[in-house]
Design a protein around this ligand. Structure first.
Ligand SMILES: Nc1ncnc2c1ncn2[C@@H]1O[C@H](COP(=O)(O)OP(=O)(O)OP(=O)(O)O)[C@@H](O)[C@H]1O
Length: 388
């Protein structure tokens, strides 16, 4: 399929319509104990997540380590079989499909449309595969192309991510971190997906390379009408890339809303605490830091009521007994918050670095970014060798 055909394929799809609707999603992992290895409990990694992802948008999922971001991503794609809940994917031809209960034939049709990019795209791949084979594999497995047409498509994909067709014959270890992530992106877009889950996709990269890869993701989103779920612990990156943000705490979404609203006017005390730890461009503008005292509760044994009450500076009696539902707040521009006092609390937002403060990645376009990666990446020697 040519690049132009890829772009045209999505023209009829309505930007802004729901692409993914997640309701009550749970992913519990059994805890085994005793000599008989009986199930004695469960790690409630994801414990009732509700969110909607609109076609064409970037929804970020943020939260401290262990709050269930990655597990949510994997359960959405059914890389894990969800314990409970619904994941409805709006397939361009099949319409609304329940992913969690779809049969094998339907899954074969859905899987190509939902892809994932990991922090290390090669961790689960055979290091002896050439870059060309890595990118071609999904096209081969799904019997989409073969022979010269396959080689042409791989060359096209390499060019689309800012690499060169001749890179197809090289091995992943010869590339820098930024280039390896570009290869992972080429593989993810090979089947012309609707949705890509980016799981800490730029977290391991040097900051300037990170900006170039983000630019590439944004460029591809425009060209291919992609929808992203962007899982990250880095709020500066999230502020730059996302249209909306879901904040997770111990397996649940506690706040979800438009990025700007949520960053400058948070409504959940946990969001306020996360934002107050952000570096601020002007120290005079620093708002009071809300310290996150204590540890994140174990998802195997979460507290009663609101899971955040044990660390919340505003907690009252009701918070330890009653679980606040995630619900839309009045005049909140569609914002949903799971806090008994969401409409009463006056919380501090963040003064985050403006997009200008993110290193200029304007030179990181598809044409020349591979060279910039090699210039800026820490893995300079091997990447320069690969570029030669
Ligand atoms: N296969 C598993 N078996 C048991 N527990 C698991 C499994 N996978 C994840 N967990 C637990 O589920 C919880 C959520 O993990 P998850 O990786 O989804 O969090 P996260 O927010 O993505 O964190 P990080 O940013 O550190 O990756 C953690 O307590 C983790 O230890």
């Amino acid at each position: 399929m040519t690049d132009t055909a890829t772009e045209a394929k999505h023209v009829d799809s309505e930007i802004g319509a729901p692409l993914l609707e997640v309701t009550g999603l749970k992913q519990h992992f059994p805890i085994k104990g005793g000599v008989l290895r009986r199930t004695v409990g469960a790690v409630k990694a994801v414990d009732g997540v509700d969110l909607t992802v609109k076609r064409g948008e970037t929804l970020a999922i943020v939260g401290e380590s262990g709050c269930g971001k990655s597990t949510t991503g994997r359960a959405i794609l059914r890389l894990l079989q969800p314990t409970d809940g619904e994941v409805v994917f709006h397939h361009p031809e099949l319409g609304a499909v329940n992913v969690e209960s779809a049969d094998n034939k339907t899954m074969e049709q859905i899987r190509p449309r939902m892809q994932i990019i990991f922090q290390d795209p090669f961790a689960s791949l055979d290091a002896r595969m050439t870059v060309g084979r890595v990118i071609a594999e999904p096209l081969v497995i799904n019997k989409v192309l073969k022979g010269q047409a396959l080689r042409d498509r791989v060359a096209e994909l390499l060019t689309m991510v800012g690499l060169r067709p001749e890179h197809a014959s090289r091995y992943p270890h010869a590339f820098s971190g930024g280039q390896r992530q570009r290869i992972g992106i080429a593989r993810a877009i090979a089947l012309d997906p609707d949705l890509i889950i980016c799981d800490e996709a730029v977290s391991a990269l040097d900051v300037s390379v990170q900006a170039q890869v983000i630019n590439l993701l944004e460029d591809l989103q425009d060209r291919l009408h992609l929808t992203y779920v962007f899982i990250s612990h880095d709020l500066s990156v999230v502020e730059h890339i996302s249209d909306r943000v879901a904040v997770m705490y111990v397996g649940r979404v506690v706040e979800i809303g438009n990025t700007e609203d949520l960053f400058y006017n948070p409504k959940h005390p946990y969001t306020e605490a996360l934002l107050s730890a952000l570096p601020q461009p002007d120290p005079r503008s620093r708002t009071e830091i809300v310290p996150l005292t204590g540890d994140v509760p174990s998802p195997a044994n979460p507290p009663s009521g609101c899971y955040f009450h044990t660390r919340c500076p505003y907690a009252k009696d009701i918070c330890s007994t009653d679980t606040p539902p995630l619900q839309e707040i009045a005049g909140g521009n569609g914002r949903k918050v799971a806090c008994h006092f969401a409409e009463e609390l006056q919380l501090n937002g963040a003064v985050v670095p403006s997009p200008e403060a993110v290193p200029d990645a304007s030179s990181g376009t598809a044409e020349n970014a591979s060279d910039n990666d090699t210039d800026n990446d820490t893995d300079t020697d091997t990447s320069k060798a690969a570029a030669r």
